[in-house]
Design a protein around this ligand. Structure first.
Ligand SMILES: NC(=O)C1=CN([C@@H]2O[C@H](COP(=O)(O)OP(=O)(O)OC[C@H]3O[C@@H](n4cnc5c(N)ncnc54)[C@H](OP(=O)(O)O)[C@@H]3O)[C@@H](O)[C@H]2O)C=CC1
Ligand SMILES: Nc1nc(=O)c2c([nH]1)NC[C@@H]1CN(c3ccc(C(=O)N[C@@H](CCC(=O)O)C(=O)O)cc3)C=[N+]21
Length: 300
């Protein structure tokens, strides 16, 4: 038996379509345009690609995109000054500071300087706290995208055994919070977990957010489970030619697809959902800022 392949790319296109429709209506009814500012410090080539994709898709949805590319040696004080300006800018409704930041900058300090109402990544400590206490928050884009895929497949997640491998602040922890809020029974595994294979085998829902290429093999997966592979790992692909590379997830796809009930591919799974949810969060932030009705089906 072979798993259903969850088409994140198509699902993301549907979400972007809903955002685009809503943005057009806001424009015609109120003459208003939501705006997203993306800040990139340094020249990491992978980050440049993401930032370019985000900018393109933001504009395609009818929103305004503001890109701030700063040199790697930018001081923390200068970055904080830029954030203060974006916090005060009426045309900016969402602010994303691309991570990781250079080592001389304190990421937590920078993220907490963003106005929580414009924090479309959901990384500000007050959004983290609101999510953890079950209140209305801006929710991190990658976990939100995963949740949308899971709800689409299962309807209710109540009582399901969910295992999240990875406990980062940007994926693992908020993912676990969202699953818990939907009444799944949640286990968070990490590098110190004993018998990781055994823990994974209990999961009806397995979310892998580790950053280790193809680490989870098919025989760690419960037959019929839904597998969400968040990992984005670039590995050498000499078979494609000298110096070429390809993207793989944290799950060993070829063996996992034999066992799982459904699985997200890499690329084309969670990645496109992340950007779609960023646009959705920007629209949500805009509507809350203006006291307008929130878009339906685009929040957690
Ligand atoms: N699709 C998308 O849109 C996005 C994809 N990503 C991708 O997701 C992956 C994870 O990202 P991120 O959360 O930022 O990564 P981090 O490096 O911040 O966190 C990785 C987590 O995996 C755990 N871990 C590491 N090694 C093992 C192991 N051998 N066994 C079990 N757990 C382990 C770590 O545990 P410990 O805490 O104990 O060290 C840590 O909690 C990466 O591949 C990243 O590129 C990230 C963001 C968005
Ligand atoms: N403040 C902040 N917020 C983030 O959300 C954030 C970040 N920093 N830093 C980096 C990670 C990574 N990330 C991805 C987004 C889209 C794809 C994506 O679209 N991936 C495509 C393929 C991309 C390709 O081909 O390279 C896919 O999986 O199909 C991947 C990864 C967001 N991140």
């Amino acid at each position: 038996m072979s798993a259903e392949i969850i088409d994140g790319k198509a699902f993301a296109a549907t979400i972007r379509g809903k955002v685009t429709e809503h943005v057009a209506r806001l424009h015609s009814e109120h003459g208003l345009t939501p705006g997203l500012a993306v800040v990139l410090v340094g020249e990491d080539p992978a980050s440049q690609v993401y930032v370019r994709n985000k900018g393109q898709q933001t504009e395609e949805s009818g929103m305004a995109s503001f890109e701030h590319r700063l040199p790697a040696e930018t001081s923390e004080a200068d970055l904080l000054a830029l954030i203060a300006r974006l916090n005060a800018a009426p045309a900016v409704h969402g602010i994303l500071v691309q991570l990781p930041l250079p080592d001389h900058i304190d990421s937590a300090k920078v993220l907490d300087a963003i106005d929580p109402a414009k924090d479309v990544d959901g990384f500000h400590i007050s959004n983290v706290g609101l999510l953890a206490t079950g209140q209305k928050a801006l929710v991190p884009c990658t976990p939100l995208g995963c949740l949308m895929l899971l709800r689409d497949r299962h309807g209710s997640l109540a009582g399901m055994d969910a295992v999240v491998v990875g406990r980062s602040n940007i994926v693992g922890k908020p993912m676990a919070q969202l699953l818990l809020r939907d009444s799944a029974t949640v286990t968070i595994a990490h590098s110190r977990t004993g018998d990781l294979a055994g823990v994974c085998r209990r999961a009806d829902i397995l979310v892998a957010a580790v950053g280790r290429p193809e680490m989870i093999p098919g025989d760690w997966i419960k037959p019929g489970a839904t597998v969400i592979d968040v990992g984005i790992n670039r590995i050498p692909a000499p078979e494609k030619g000298e110096g070429k590379s390809r993207l793989v997830g944290d799950v060993h796809f070829d063996s996992a697809v034999q066992v799982a009930g459904a699985i997200t591919p890499v690329p084309g799974g969670v990645g496109p959902m992340t950007i779609a949810c960023l646009l959705a969060n920007t629209l949500t932030a805009f509507c809350r800022a203006h006291g307008l009705a929130e878009p339906e089906g685009l929040t957690a």
